[in-house]
Design a protein around this ligand. Structure first.
Ligand code: FAD
Length: 491
């Protein structure tokens, strides 16, 4: 049929996956169109995810730091919070980044079509134009013809079916809107997103409860690291309800009354509680069922995911998918790397470049970071996984109580842990398999451990690498030396 617009590559969704794919494809010489329903590029991450949460967490971390300074001899007094100004700061941060993306798209001659996209065939997408700051539809429709497509439509927060429709019940987007600081707040789901937002609100003055189905907070991270985080954060919480399900909620004039049940048979259920704010952070669901993928022949799972191979190709050979919509972990840095693979494979195929066409996603590891205070970061095999899988590892654990820098910072609660292959075949020189850190700036340091894993480093490689003194990063070299048994000089 006829199309209003034609391109080599159509990218559906303007998040970290979508814009990274579009930019790489444009840099490789292709004609690219991005379809995005919202007014700005950047997706969840820039608009309502990674970036705004970190803008607020930075402020919270400074407030917490300053509150400790009286003990060190400098008293700044009680903070006076202007929540409108704080919100304004967060919005400015978002604006700077989304504005930058728009400029970069223009520079690369990437066309952005604003609207809600749905497939109408294997080579055609229909866009229902949107306007304003949200996604109000204008009624205008456009058809875009493409040679290849990349689906990067992302995910959205899961909503529990029994939650009342009430402004006092929010998801992460509502929490980031930062309307007011509640007295009592319930975090539903003890994962990274919930605990990050909880950190912000508690530093601003809210008392926290958290409810989690599993037997611990921050699933995925080693329990010894989480234990340190929990000890440092105990004062933020009235109740940490583990192995507990949320089973009901009712809006009352006093607040949202929430009822709980034991997640396991024989467990005891906590009494119902009333909250001024309930944050739903029980996971995210992919947007796969909302794009009429079936019209293009693309298979979508019952849960809304799109399965892909290591080249990010769906079951339809000229249609690719990347980011949250293809599965866990739902992280921006994973989306970006997948985006580059998809764009390169496509450029290679359209231009007859065999090397590019052979691109594949083959990262060994994807790091995770909770940007809480202290931060918790981990990558590769965890100690808990090694135990569960019967993998023999040699551990190097460096407590920050032996780090001059951590002590000077007044923050020596951290630890750095490295795990090396200790199977008989490794002959005492096993490669690094994983690592984890809890402590200030852990997230900024975990990349070194990811690099070591990607490069196949062993303990000697890391231990003999001279790290600058005094830094927190030294703890990685120290942990390697401890694992290898030649740590003679602890500062
Ligand atoms: P998204 O960012 O979800 O982008 C998809 C885009 O597609 C959206 O802009 C959407 O509007 C658009 N779209 C969807 N359907 C259509 C359609 N039919 N037509 C037109 N447009 C459409 N990750 C990290 O790595 N680090 C962090 O610190 C971090 N913090 C987070 C904090 C919060 C509060 C949240 C919610 C998430 C956080 N994440 C973080 C996760 C991160 O935001 C996601 O992994 C990332 O945004 C996924 O990128 P994506 O490109 O796959 O999809």
């Amino acid at each position: 049929g006829t199309a209003d617009l034609e391109c080599d590559v159509l990218v559906l969704g303007g998040g970290p996956g979508g814009y990274s794919a579009a930019f790489r494809a444009a840099d490789l010489g292709l004609k690219v169109v991005i379809v995005e329903r919202y007014a700005t590029l950047g997706g969840v991450c820039l608009n309502v995810g990674c970036i705004p949460s970190k803008a607020l967490l930075h402020v919270a971390a400074v407030m917490d730091e300053v509150s400790h300074m009286a003990d060190l001899g400098v008293d700044f007094g009680a903070p006076a919070v202007n929540i409108d100004k704080l919100r304004g700061h967060k919005e400015k941060v978002i604006g700077k980044l989304t504005g930058g993306l728009a400029a970069m798209a223009k520079m690369r001659k990437v066309t952005t079509v604003r609207g809600y996209g749905a497939f109408v065939g294997a080579n055609h997408l229909e866009v229902e134009e949107t306007t304003g700051t949200g996604q109000e539809k204008t009624g205008t429709k456009k058809v875009i013809a493409f040679k290849k497509a990349i689906i990067a439509a992302g995910s959205q927060a899961v909503r529990l079916p029994f939650m009342p429709d009430d402004p006092r019940v929010v998801d992460s987007t509502g929490a980031l809107a930062l309307k007011e600081v509640p007295k009592r707040m319930l975090i539903l789901g003890g994962g990274i997103i919930g605990l990050e937002m909880g950190t912000v609100y508690s530093t601003l003055g809210a008392r926290l409860d958290v409810v989690e189905m599993m037997d611990g907070l921050m699933q995925g991270a080693d329990r010894d690291l989480v234990k340190i985080w929990q000890k440092m954060n105990a004062k933020r919480f009235d109740n940490i309800m583990l192995k507990t399900k949320t089973v009901g909620a009712k809006a009352t004039p006093e607040g949202i009354e929430v009822t709980f049940a034991a997640a396991e048979e024989g467990g005891t259920a906590p009494a119902p509680q009333t909250y001024d704010l309930v944050l739903q952070a029980v996971g995210r669901t992919p947007n796969g069922k909302k794009i009429a993928a079936e019209k293009a022949g693309v298979a979508v799972t019952d849960r809304g995911f799109i399965n892909v191979d290591i080249q990010m190709r769906t079951n339809v050979p000229h249609i690719f998918a990347i980011g949250d919509i293809v599965g866990q972990p739902m992280l921006a840095h994973k989306a970006v790397h997948e985006a580059h693979v998809a764009a390169e494979v496509i450029a290679g195929e359209l231009q007859g470049n065999k090397e590019l066409a052979a691109a594949a996603f083959n990262a060994r590891v994807i790091p995770s970071v909770a940007y809480t205070d202290p931060e918790v970061a981990w990558v590769g095999l965890t100690e808990d996984q090694a135990k569960a899988q019967g993998i023999k590892v040699k551990k190097g654990l460096f407590p920050w109580t032996a780090s001059g820098r951590a002590i000077a910072n007044g923050r020596d609660e951290g630890v750095t842990k490295l795990l090396f292959d200790d199977s008989p075949e490794a002959h005492g020189h096993g490669k690094i398999l994983g690592g984890g850190m809890v402590g200030t700036h852990a997230g900024d340091m975990i990349g070194e451990i990811a690099l070591a894993i990607e490069m196949g480093a062993d303990a000697v490689d890391i231990g003999k690498t001279i790290h600058p003194h005094p830094t927190l990063g030294e703890s990685i070299g120290m942990a390697a030396e401890i694992a290898h048994g030649s740590c003679t000089d602890v500062p």
